[in-house]
Design a protein around this ligand. Structure first.
Ligand code: C5J
Length: 228
């Protein structure tokens, strides 16, 4: 970590009020920026979703990730997915939606949401460095059935900048889980994405409502300016 940043408290303009970011205790947590959710021809698009709604978050994430890495701060990534033998896939999740192609079946980029398959991996634009932990999660929240909490505690992390997809599902669930475990969460609105514009708006409102009931919302430009 940059020596100068270590001692600083960075005040980030945010809603409902400024977020006091402590670089030594704050990690960037990038949620599920996976090929099957974001790439044309992937599972998300196969289900009829407009992936451009998610892809607009790629460039802001790239810039934030580059600045975060340059500052020497902690980065973690998550991937939603299951074991190849499906032993960690609840039957209720397997059949949800009554689709003809569901989790574990062969999709456009290998078996859908199965660890090790091309579609389950992170998009090349945001690919993790070998030093950055990747949390494979079977649920929507990144704390459920993973070692994320232990890793954050071991690293002395108490604050999270949470980005990724989708805003109302895995980002919101993770922010709520983190909040209940005592972490302060800051969400840059341009670095999260939903297939549904109305859910993008509502998902962000839910986080910052009632005095920041789950956390804070900002724009990545505010974080970039503070890190610069
Ligand atoms: C979903 C996610 N939407 N990462 N996953 O199934 O939000």
């Amino acid at each position: 970590m940059k020596e100068t940043l270590m001692k600083d408290l960075l005040s980030i303009e945010a809603q409902p009020y400024p977020f006091e970011l402590e670089p030594a205790k704050c990690a960037l947590l990038i949620i599920d920026m996976q090929r099957d959710f974001l790439e044309p021809g992937g599972f998300g698009e196969m289900l009829g979703n407009d992936v451009s709604q998610l892809r607009r978050a790629i460039e802001p994430n790239k810039q934030l990730l580059a600045a975060w890495r340059a500052a020497g701060l902690v980065v973690l990534h998550t991937r939603e997915g299951h074991r190849p033998d499906l032993s960690d896939l609840p039957p209720a999740k397997k059949v949800r939606g009554h689709g003809t192609t569901t989790i574990g079946d062969v999709g456009p980029m290998g078996r859908i949401l199965i660890r090790g398959e091309p579609g389950q991996d992170i998009i090349p634009e945001l690919y993790p460095l070998p030093s950055e932990p990747v949390i494979d999660k079977p649920g929507k929240g990144a704390f459920f059935a993973t070692d994320l909490h232990a890793i954050l505690q071991n690293l002395g992390i108490t604050q999270l900048v949470v980005t990724g997809v989708t805003t109302e599902v895995c980002v919101n669930t993770t922010v709520r889980e983190a909040n209940d475990r005592g972490f302060e969460c800051l969400v840059p609105e341009d670095c999260v994405g939903s297939y549904f514009p109305e859910f993008q708006e509502a998902g962000l409102k839910m986080i910052k409502a009632q005095g920041g009931i789950f956390g804070w919302v900002t724009h990545s430009s505010q974080i970039l300016a503070a890190l610069a």
